[in-house]
Design a protein around this ligand. Structure first.
Ligand code: FHN
Length: 583
């Protein structure tokens, strides 16, 4: 993420994140990972002490990048170690929090880009035992606590960026072009990275995984040497895709990325609880239990693992608001974990009511939205018979198999919070006979860009930062011109009077452009307005109600948007259309 390579194009993003693993993760060493589904990521280092403040100036965005953003010279930054004495650190408490949160393993930053080792290292004296008044080895303590409580433990290791070392990549504010002839990445690899990974894999018992990051331009040979070392020392240790060069066992998607389409193979989403990985004293923007449960369910329903980050303070404490929210999610998992752990991806696509997960003979419906219609439909499927219960309470619900699919009758108020899970026991094999899109009455129905049929325009995936390092992801329809169109074919499971909303981005040069909406027999034109001065990679979305339409169901329908007077090609971008009951 350094400025120089500040990613503008998706191909550069893939270089930044090395998102593709070489292996499909079918090796038995991956079985525990496939079943775990929910993990704790911990970003903790000297940066926690600074907490996004340097020389009285506040910084906003990801706090572990402070050294680079404030261009702090190595000798000055090192001084943080002199006062780093996290007496509040208690490995037992962290492990117990992860347990209470329902997380199955932990991944701690053993060394982040700042170059400081959070463990006793003979390879570099710049480590928490030798360079701080704390003198304890938190990784040894955490390894013991994880063993005691049956949690897996993995280590984040920044293999490419190390701002403390002239030989490594990333520190271009102190080691300039004049130093280039002396810089030797292989020397850094041989004297610091490989020896420290050896220490991590020999001194702390079984290591579940090594989590590499930002591979940048690291050579294949260097990645091969890292991979070979790990295979030799701990053959069962997993490696994430950010080792680079396609040498990982599983894919780590882009930061904070929840995919719209299920990726192939074994993969994870890594997410921040607020908008930073490391502790920042200014960031209190915690995702609440509802949002976290929704993000967890959406990832797991697509076959992924959700690793959620916490950023302990310079005193070694996980901020209480973050911990409390995690515990609430843990209470939900205590009642609904059967629908998360050990499940496989859903055989059906996301629906207006939510998402599904699967186990042999069972389908779990995660109702992220509670319908007003008193029932939900699992559309386009056939099965011999079905029984439905509320997973958390065991209460039976009436359910039947009809032409439209499986119909489950629901009480008017959701029995569980923040998300009710309905467990379906299936008799016989579930057959998916229609993989198309469905409109569900009584619920907000979203029509996303990736599922549109397009003429004269194209799909694009965009990733951008708002503050710094807080990644946002969107799939949009771009290249829209006069005559371009996007249409969604779907089957309405019933009729409903709906508000139509459009979420779009419009640059000043296309202000006042005109589009036409059509749905069934209804058709009208509407203008779009400038949504700000964002550039191509940083959309400024506006969600606008276009009016009220009758969705005439049941039956097949087409929702279509056509450009009738687009004042500048590629300056209007469409993200999502909603059909939402007028209420
Ligand atoms: O630069 C890092 C960042 O600080 C953080 O560690 C995240 C976690 O996925 N990884 C990198 C950016 O993608």
């Amino acid at each position: 993420m350094p400025r120089k390579s500040s990613p503008e194009k998706p191909s550069e993003m893939n270089d930044l994140w090395g998102a593709n693993a070489g292996s499909r993760g079918e090796h038995p060493r991956a079985a525990w990972f496939r079943a775990s589904k929910y993990a704790m990521f911990i970003h903790w280092g000297l940066y926690a002490q600074a907490a996004n403040v340097w020389l009285g100036k506040n910084w906003h965005g990801i706090a572990e990048w402070l050294m680079r953003r404030a261009k702090i010279p190595v000798r000055e930054y090192e001084m943080l170690a002199g006062s780093f004495n996290p007496q509040g650190f208690n490995a037992e408490e962290w492990a117990l929090l992860a347990k209470a949160a329902g997380m199955r393993y932990l991944v701690l930053t053993a060394k982040h880009h700042e170059g400081f080792a959070m463990f006793k290292s003979k390879a570099s004296a710049y480590n928490i035992v030798d360079a701080t008044p704390f003198r304890r080895d938190p990784i040894a303590e955490l390894a013991a606590a994880c063993r005691k409580h049956g949690l897996g433990l993995g280590f984040y290791y920044s293999q490419f960026l190390d701002w403390h070392e002239k030989d490594a990549a990333g520190n271009d504010w102190e080691f300039g072009p004049a130093d280039a002839p002396e810089r030797n990445f292989d020397r850094y690899l041989q004297t610091k990275a490989l020896p420290q990974i050896t220490e991590l894999l020999t001194n702390y018992g079984e290591v579940a995984l090594i989590w590499f990051d930002t591979p940048g331009t690291i050579s294949r040979a260097a990645c091969k040497s890292l991979q070979a070392l790990i295979r030799k020392l701990q053959p069962n240790c997993l490696i994430n895709s950010r080792i680079g060069n396609g040498l990982g066992d599983y894919s780590s998607l882009g930061d904070q990325e929840i995919p719209v389409h299920p990726p192939e193979g074994l993969w994870e989403t890594v997410d921040t609880h607020n908008d930073t990985w490391a502790y920042s004293r200014h960031d209190h923007h915690w995702k609440g239990p509802r949002e976290l449960v929704s993000r967890l369910c959406r990832v797991v329903s697509q076959g992924g693992t959700y690793m959620l980050n916490v950023g302990p303070t310079g005193e070694g404490r996980i901020p209480e608001a973050s911990a409390e929210i995690l515990r609430r999610v843990g209470v939900w998992l205590g009642r609904n974990g059967d629908a998360i752990y050990g499940t496989t991806r859903s055989p059906i696509a996301a629906q207006a009511w939510g998402v599904a997960t699967s186990k042999p003979g069972r389908l779990f419906l995660h109702l992220l939205e509670w319908p007003h219609s008193g029932r939900i439909v699992v559309p386009g499927v056939k099965v011999a018979g079905v029984q439905a219960t509320v997973l958390a309470t065991g209460d039976t619900l009436a359910a039947e198999v009809m032409d439209a699919g499986i119909v489950v009758h629901l009480p008017s108020v959701a029995p569980e919070s923040p998300t009710t899970v309905i467990a379906l026991e299936l008799s016989g094999k579930l057959e998916v006979i229609d993989r198309g899109h469905f409109f569900h009455p009584g619920l907000p129905n979203l029509f996303h860009a990736p599922f549109a049929g397009l003429a004269g325009c194209k799909r694009a995936k965009r990733q951008w930062m708002e503050k710094f390092g807080d990644w946002h992801h969107a799939e949009m329809i771009e290249g829209f011109a006069t005559g371009s169109s996007a249409c969604w074919n779907f089957t309405a499971l019933g009729g409903e009077l709906c508000n139509v909303f459009l979420q779009y981005d419009c640059l000043p040069e296309a202000d006042g452009s005109e589009l036409e909406l059509s749905l069934g027999d209804v058709r009208w034109a509407f203008p779009v307005q400038c949504t700000g001065n964002g550039h191509a990679n940083r959309p400024r979305f506006r969600r606008e109600c276009l009016g009220v339409v009758p969705v005439q169901g049941p039956g097949p329908l087409v929702l279509k948007l056509t450009g009738t007077d687009i004042k500048c090609t590629n300056a209007v971008r469409l993200e999502t259309v909603w059909l939402e009951p007028v209420g």
